[in-house]
Design a protein around this ligand. Structure first.
Ligand SMILES: C[S@@+](CC[C@H](N)C(=O)[O-])C[C@H]1O[C@@H](n2cnc3c(N)ncnc32)[C@H](O)[C@@H]1O
Ligand code: SF4
Length: 493
């Protein structure tokens, strides 16, 4: 039987958090973030609703075709005066087989001859993008996502990185955060060595669940042996901050079965873990229609899985960073959260806050200056643009000042679980209470429920509110009322 309220905290956290509790103080003046999380079942059930994951604000639902190639070029060139570092995202859309749960932008194919024509377009896009940015702007962050980036051959991986180095100035290994998403079924020991050699130093491994019944139901058969062989190789080669992806809410899962997978993961001790809530949107994602809905765990079981997972990970020494992410207390993400430098972007949480992000490849989204821009989503349209010498940006958004202010507030809350009004006032030359009076009023119920504290200096998210940080951020989302009821978002839990 589950208890309604359970406290989860990492070893060593107790003393600090108890010291902060109960004393008279101003919320904004508090030092290191309190990194405890409390799982309150009743509250989580009550607040469970659809909402954005805030990898961007405004979300992609607000993107508009008025933001086109020409405007994108102007914006990019204008950012050169800042000299800001760059971040490069490459989308490799191909997968050998489709996992039925998948909500990513992918193309399932056995035909590996599709890769070279795609990469040839990517090289042309790289050259066009590089022409927009000053040569001395350093790429501090680079990510290959998918799909399955290792679907491409070893020679193609080398070539893609070599082409990138021709067009952009990459940072040294100790500065650059160069990461790749790995499907262990598509990577062997020598692939990992190659990836390290060409410059990658971080990776995430897709696992989801080791239970054979679950794997069969979602069409992803993957053994522990092949998974951990990749993890061992990554450690041997000197990859840092290795992350593992799991999903809860898949067919046949129970708290008990999921804990078996989790114990195996804990035993190998990755620095980071992403435990995603299965987003079941079969109208949007065709392969999900092949999942038998009768086999999906009911909401109560999903909550049991989430509770058991948060508690077990805390006991085993992982901190809840926020929004599905866990990290060891000594990992960069946890450190960045403690010292106030954590940031959130399309890849989740990050320690590189102020980069301009260039999205390369089909469907990729970039964030340059105060804009977001997205590349064409269909392969033939992407090819047609590139072949015609055009950058394939087809929609996006220029943030208004209000968007920027709200993005800043949401980012601070989602990364640090607290908000110092005076910092926002200084950054944006406004009076917080005047500007956000209506939004603050929306938080009153949450304050009464013990999710957060508000005083004249700021907001502090309490341990019970950490799992519900999306709901708290939604109070500051100016598009929320219009978006609710459109069905475009997954549930918060
Ligand atoms: C692009 S995939 C990772 C790389 C590689 N393709 C793989 O599957 O191993 C990104 C991650 O998104 C997560 N994911 C995919 N579809 C999801 C869904 N419907 N709900 C929640 N998470 C999902 C999975 O955990 C997956 O590992
Ligand atoms: S989860 Fe990964 S391997 Fe599976 S279909 Fe999605 S992108 Fe491809």
């Amino acid at each position: 039987m589950l208890e309604n309220t359970t406290m989860t905290q990492a070893p060593g956290e107790q003393q600090r958090s108890q010291g902060a509790a109960g004393t008279a103080r101003s919320l904004a003046s508090e030092g290191a973030a309190d990194q405890r999380t409390v799982f309150d079942l009743e509250l989580i059930q009550r607040y469970d609703q659809s909402g954005p994951r805030y990898t961007s604000y405004p979300t992609a639902l607000e993107f508009d075709p008025a933001f086109d190639e020409n405007r994108y070029k102007q914006v990019c060139q204008a950012t050169n005066a800042s000299g800001r570092p760059l971040s490069l995202y490459f989308h490799i859309p191909f997968c050998d087989t489709v996992c039925f749960y998948c909500a990513c932008n992918k193309i399932a194919t056995k035909d590996r001859t599709m890769v070279q024509p795609y990469l040839d377009r990517v090289y042309k896009e790289l050259a066009m993008q590089s022409a927009l940015f000053d040569d001395d702007r350093v790429v501090e962050q680079l990510h290959w996502g998918g799909g399955t980036p290792t679907f491409i051959s070893a020679a193609q991986m080398r070539e893609l990185m070599a082409e990138t180095r021709k067009q952009f100035k990459l940072a040294d290994d100790d500065v650059g955060e160069y990461s790749i998403e790995i499907d262990p079924r598509e990577a062997k020991g020598d692939t990992i060595a190659l990836l390290r050699e060409i410059g990658f130093n971080r990776m995430s491994l897709g696992v989801q669940d080791f239970d054979p019944r679950v794997q069969k139901a979602v069409n992803r058969i993957q053994s522990q042996e092949e998974t951990f062989a990749v993890l061992d190789a990554a450690r041997r080669e000197g990859f840092r901050s290795i992350s593992i992806d799991l999903i809860y809410g898949l067919p046949h899962q129970t708290a008990e079965s999921f804990m078996e997978t989790l114990e195996q993961i804990i035993a190998v001790g990755p620095e980071r873990l992403s435990v995603f809530n299965y987003a079941h949107l079969p109208r949007r994602f065709m392969p999900q229609r092949r999942i038998d809905e009768d086999q999906l765990p009911p909401p109560q079981v999903k909550l049991e899985i989430l509770q058991a997972t948060t508690e077990r990970l805390a006991e085993a020494g992982w901190l809840y960073i926020g929004m599905d992410h866990f990290a060891r207390p000594d990992d960069e993400l946890a450190l960045a959260q403690r010292n106030g430098t954590l940031y959130r972007n399309f890849q989740g949480y990050s320690t590189h806050a102020d980069c301009d992000l260039i999205g390369i490849g089909v469907t990729s989204i970039g964030k340059v200056g105060a804009t977001y821009g997205q590349n064409r989503r269909e392969l033939d349209e992407y090819y047609a643009d590139i072949d015609g010498g055009r950058l394939p940006v087809f929609r996006g958004i220029e943030l208004s000042r209000d968007d920027e202010v709200r993005r800043d507030v949401i980012t601070r809350l989602i990364c640090h679980f607290k908000l110092d009004f005076s910092e926002v006032e200084r950054a944006w030359e406004l009076n917080f209470q005047d500007y956000f009076g209506r939004d603050l009023a929306k938080l009153e119920g949450m304050q009464a429920d013990g999710l957060l504290e508000i005083d004249s200096s700021g907001i502090r998210v309490l341990p019970k509110g950490r799992m519900l940080i999306r709901n708290i951020c939604m109070a500051f989302d100016a598009y929320m009322e219009a978006k609710q009821g459109q069905g475009g978002f997954s549930k918060v839990i």
